[in-house]
Design a protein around this ligand. Structure first.
Ligand code: NAG
Ligand code: NAG
Ligand code: NAG
Ligand code: NAG
Ligand code: NAG
Ligand code: NAG
Ligand code: NAG
Ligand code: NAG
Ligand code: NAG
Length: 388
């Protein structure tokens, strides 16, 4: 009855898909697969993708199924998730082709429940050919591939054999879930500002640290304007934030090298007073050609003494004139992580060593001298005196 197993796999697939959307799931629940002996498959009630069986329910089921104490072979994998079952579908199909199969998608404390069965004596011997009634053989496995072989061996001598496959935990899914959560958790909106000439993006609101150790998350929608700076090509992007007191930031894009914009200085003003003005500078070299955007996934810090402006994931571009609203897009980006990253240096280094060895070998080969004098059969023979 291959179709039945396929049905289950189909259910498992649906379950996984449903699971990825559904935020709730059983933290310490693992899938359980039972087959062999006289277990009756009951697909309709067993395979409900939302069904999480409690330890008690599973215990009840076990006691009913194992009433006559048939021999039980228990495979325990440290980490077993439904995904593993799907991945090893073909391997498992070799042995689970009979119609006696029960599948529980999520059972709490499955291993403990099985081990606590009172009517069974437990064995841990790895090399067992047969199991008698009332015996529970526990086989820890690290790979589902070993199941068909061991199962067949024991099944031959113990025809009533019931096999159970389960795991101690399903940690793969749990860790994945945590990762996804941190990603989803409280995503703050990105900071996007567009003036006539400049498009400015940061993945998080700008962080401003003031002298007295207060950290301000600047609001997302400042008043923006730009004007040309010292030269017509350079540009000064001003943002004004009205958080109780007004804070102004002016990003100075200069053209220090023809064809390239340089951003070195941010002019910071607190509550419009020139006394509170400071020129914040950065150590990151922000230089990018015309018609390109600049991107940096590291935090960019503009600072002057204790005033710090912290920009996460900056991307910025200047246009000759910004197209109509809604067409503001970044073109190709110059990234702050240069071409020569550490792996590239490593590659170049190794290649250089190999090249040196090659050159050395070639010079050695070229240096080999072949004989330039040969024995002339008609002429005098070359004699080498033995006394020498
Ligand atoms: C378990 O082992 C004990 C002692 O070895 C034995 O007396 C008992 O009958 C066994 N139980 C079963 C169910 O085989
Ligand atoms: C977001 O996730 C991080 C890391 O898990 C946590 O420290 C932080 O408190 C979470 N934020 C909220 C608002 O839940
Ligand atoms: C993010 O978390 C803060 C508290 O840390 C909360 O005030 C804010 O409403 C949350 N935002 C979203 C979108 O959940
Ligand atoms: C820090 O300084 C700013 C202005 O300089 C002021 O508005 C703010 O209240 C100060 N914060 C603290 C905690 O002193
Ligand atoms: C800090 O700002 C002051 C005033 O704008 C300026 O004179 C000074 O050069 C700046 N310091 C640095 C390191 O940029
Ligand atoms: C900041 O720099 C600009 C030129 O980049 C200069 O005109 C201005 O005077 C500076 N401000 C301070 C306070 O040094
Ligand atoms: C920038 O460079 C100056 C001097 O080299 C140094 O004092 C300062 O700590 C650096 N700032 C950052 C954010 O690395
Ligand atoms: C590139 O930039 C220069 C100067 O800003 C401008 O004149 C030119 O039209 C731009 N080219 C394209 C293809 O946008
Ligand atoms: C900038 O902000 C990030 C978090 O957004 C933080 O991890 C980093 O330490 C900050 N840098 C400075 C110099 O404050």
């Amino acid at each position: 009855m291959m179709t039945q197993f396929c049905n289950i796999c189909c259910f498992i697939f649906i379950f996984i898909n449903v699971f990825q959307i559904s935020p709730s799931h059983a933290d310490n629940a693992v899938p359980v697969l039972l087959w062999g002996g006289s277990i009756n498959s009951d697909l309709t009630s067993a395979v409900n993708p939302f069904l999480k069986s409690t330890s008690e329910e599973f215990d009840l089921f076990l006691r009913k199924t194992l009433e006559n104490s048939p021999p039980v072979l228990l495979y325990i994998k440290d980490n077993l998730c439904i995904e593993d079952l799907v991945k090893h579908k073909q391997h498992l199909q070799k042995v689970i082709s009979s119609d006696s199969l029960r599948y529980f998608p999520a059972v709490e404390k499955a291993v403990n429940t099985i081990e606590d069965l009172p009517s069974y004596n437990q064995t841990y011997n790895d090399y067992v050919d047969s199991i008698s009634d009332g015996q529970l053989l526990i086989v820890p496995i690290s790979n589902l591939d070993v199941i068909p072989e061991t199962y067949k061996t024991i099944k031959d001598s113990s025809p009533n054999l019931i096999a159970i496959l389960t795991g101690k935990a399903c940690s793969y899914r749990r860790s994945e879930r945590i990762k996804r959560d941190t990603y989803v958790n409280n995503t703050t909106e990105p900071f996007i500002v567009a003036s006539d000439r400049v498009l400015f993006y940061a993945s998080k609101p700008l962080l401003l640290k003031l002298g007295n150790n207060t950290e301000i998350e600047l609001p997302l929608k400042p008043t923006v304007s730009d004007d040309s700076g010292k030269t017509p090509l350079s540009c000064k992007l001003s943002m004004k934030f009205n958080i109780p007191n007004s804070i102004s930031l002016a990003f100075m894009f200069e053209v220090e090298t023809p064809g390239y914009y340089t951003l070195k200085t941010v002019n910071y003003q607190f509550s419009d007073a020139t006394v509170n003005e400071k020129n914040l500078t950065t150590n990151t070299t922000i230089v990018f050609p015309f018609n390109f955007s600049y991107h940096c996934s590291q935090n960019i810090i503009f600072e002057n003494s204790s005033t710090i402006l912290n920009i996460t994931n900056l991307q910025v571009q200047l246009y000759t004139k910004l197209a109509k609203d809604g067409e503001k897009v970044f073109s190709d980006a110059y990234d702050c992580i240069g071409f020569t990253t550490i792996p590239i240096w490593a590659g170049i280094f190794v290649t250089a060593i190999l090249a040196l060895i090659m050159i050395w070998a070639l010079t050695m080969i070229i240096d080999i001298r072949t004989m330039d004098r040969f024995d002339d059969p008609k002429g005098k023979t070359i004699t080498i005196s033995a006394q020498e």
